[in-house]
Design a protein around this ligand. Structure first.
Ligand code: XIL
Length: 571
């Protein structure tokens, strides 16, 4: 585990580039060049790079996952390295080029060139990319910590909007949009408390929801992630990330996934990785291994050490394969020569699947084997088509699926089911819908070798009690001493659009709203008013918006039971 990591700033050279960034073709030592020459046997490097089916092919055959690497700009013109990169990997994360320090070194002066170069490389090689990252206390431009605190929110929103908009716009020099963004990177201390960085100091914990909403507004198509290290197993930090994810989702914040960096030490993988990642997936989030490496604390590694490293890599990959919503694995480097580990942890290294000559280590073969177990099997789920149902009326639907491999038992799971319905492992969806809604349901079937297939369809539930022209659902999500968060869903059950809303209710207890996650608020005694933000004021007939808020209470936290929108009582 990575308990004693030095600060990343300490890992950087005074020039602001890491040791590994100094590995440019021009600066490579004779020994490095000689090592790379062994990769390019007979002038046909491609064939000699790594034997067997590439990791990306195996991952794609295995539940349509990706296998990625990070890469930095200094390697783009090094064809010995890029051939291996392109042979094995189909998702790219820029190592440093999209971080704040590089992108906006001075306030409102944007430097997109280095990031664009990585995007062009990815595009030319048929790879997607993960944007990394928007908000982080490390590799942050110095000016952000020098401006007055009351200007930090606007600076953060401007940074996110400009960067995300730039990469969301396809041009000749920037030919591809990102698959995902790490919106907030490493927000937690090891204890599970949020870091008291400039963003927290300026905005409190609300900076995370604000960053997500700002990124979503700039690119509604990118998957938005929170990314951190030492959250791979069950511990105080992963528990804190889990609670944060729950409250963000409850508040309607646009969070799509959690990145588990997975910077491990050989022989010290935490236990319970799969169970931990699965609990996040159960919230309806994607999960991904975003920065996998497994380092030796003393060098060179022994043969037994390399075997243990192989086991560590394979187990991490298998944990991902065991989770339907684990979308892929990224190694944080292409091979040992370009790994950040020696620069960040003195005397440590050999942390990747490829050695100093970019030759595959036992870990590479072990990962191939882990991925290959399921290659070739295909699962097809029969799409049941659009469904309808009625609030309060029991319903059931058996999902069917076929597997290309004989004798496999399929296990079903679903996301987005209408409230009140659940799916059994054998694919029977049943229950009694509880709210009017149009749900986007995705059902996945998985066989024993982890091959999977899915189908998506809509399920419209109607017929609920809709007295008046609005319906409000109030759910208290989380509570800790003196504080709580709650979600409100406002549904327009009338026939004309609501343009701008003011939701009023009275707390039966002694609660006070202290923050509305998606708009304004006021309190008068126990009478609360929540108002819309600029982006969620319109509610079309039949649709609903989800808002959330934070509050305090001293002794009585009973939930309110009657609500009005714009002065009209709701059901
Ligand atoms: C590292 C880079 O690889 C280094 O080049 C740089 O000097 C420091 O940052 N967690 C992250 C990554 O999210 O951005 C970090 O990358 C490694 C730890």
């Amino acid at each position: 585990m990575w308990q004693s990591r030095p600060t990343l700033n300490a890992a950087r050279s005074p020039g602001g580039t890491s040791r590994r960034r100094m590995f440019t073709a021009g600066a490579a030592t004779a020994a490095t060049l000689a090592a790379m020459a062994t990769v390019a046997i007979g002038g046909s490097a491609q064939a000699a790079l790594a034997p067997g089916t590439p990791l990306k092919t195996l991952a794609a055959a295995n539940g349509n996952r990706y296998f990625g690497s990070d890469m930095t700009g200094d390697l783009v013109s090094n064809s010995n390295v890029t051939q291996l990169q392109a042979q094995q990997f189909n998702m790219l994360t820029p190592g440093n080029e999209m971080k704040w320090q590089t992108i906006e070194p001075n306030q409102n002066q944007f430097n997109f060139g280095p990031g664009d170069q990585i995007v062009q490389y990815a595009h030319a090689n048929g790879e997607r990319y993960r944007g990394h990252n928007l908000v982080w206390d490390s590799q942050l431009a110095g000016w952000v910590t020098q401006i007055p605190l009351n200007q930090v929110q606007a600076a953060m929103e401007n940074h996110i909007t400009k960067e995300v908009s730039h990469y969301a716009t396809v041009t000749a020099t920037m030919p591809q949009t990102p698959y995902a963004w790490d919106v907030v990177n490493e927000p937690f201390q090891e204890s599970g408390s949020l870091k008291q960085d400039v963003f927290f100091n300026a905005m409190g914990s609300g900076y995370i929801a604000d960053a997500l909403r700002t990124a979503h507004a700039a690119d509604p198509n990118a998957k938005l992630y929170l990314n951190d290290f030492n959250i791979e197993g069950m511990n105080a930090k992963s528990n804190a990330m889990f609670s944060l994810a729950q409250s963000l989702l409850a508040a309607g914040a646009p969070l799509n996934g959690i990145g588990f960096e997975s910077h491990f030490i050989e022989g010290q993988n935490p236990s319970g990785i799969q169970a931990n990642m699965q609990r996040f997936a159960n919230l309806g989030l994607d999960v991904a291994v975003t920065e996998l490496d497994d380092r030796f604390t003393s060098l060179p590694p022994s043969n037994a050490g390399l075997q243990q490293q192989a086991t560590d890599f394979a187990n991490t990959v298998k944990a991902c394969l065991g989770i339907t919503r684990c979308v892929g694995v990224t190694q944080w480097a292409i091979g040992d020569p370009d790994s950040w580990v020696p620069g960040a942890f003195s005397g440590q290294g050999a942390a990747t699947m490829f050695d100093q000559s970019y030759a595959p280590k036992p870990a590479f073969t072990a990962v191939q084997t882990a991925l290959g177990a399921t290659a070739g099997n295909t699962v097809t789920v029969t799409n049941p088509g659009a469904r309808t149902g009625t609030v309060g009326t029991a319903t059931s639907l058996q999902i069917s699926a076929t597997d290309s491999a004989a004798g496999q038992t399929l296990t079903f799971s679903a996301t987005g089911l209408p409230a009140g319905l659940t799916i059994s492992s054998s694919g029977l969806i049943s229950g009694t819908p509880t709210t009017n809604q149009t749900a986007n349901v995705t059902v996945t079937a998985r066989d024993g070798t982890n091959a999977s297939g899915s189908a998506s369809f809509t399920w419209t539930i109607s017929g609920g009690s809709t007295g008046g022209t609005c319906h409000v659902t109030y759910t208290r999500n989380s509570e800790w001493p003196g504080n709580f968060t709650a979600q409100v869903v406002i549904q327009n059950t009338g026939t004309s659009a609501i343009n701008g809303w003011s939701l009023t209710f009275t707390f039966p207890g002694d609660q006070k709203v202290t923050a509305n996650f998606n708009g304004g608020f006021s309190m008068s005694g126990e009478n609360a008013t929540l108002t819309n933000a600029s982006y969620n004021g319109t509610i079309a007939p039949g649709s609903s918006i989800t808002d959330g808020f934070q509050g305090t209470f001293s002794s009585n936290d009973a939930s309110p039971t009657s609500f009005a929108v714009n002065g009209t009582a709701c059901s």
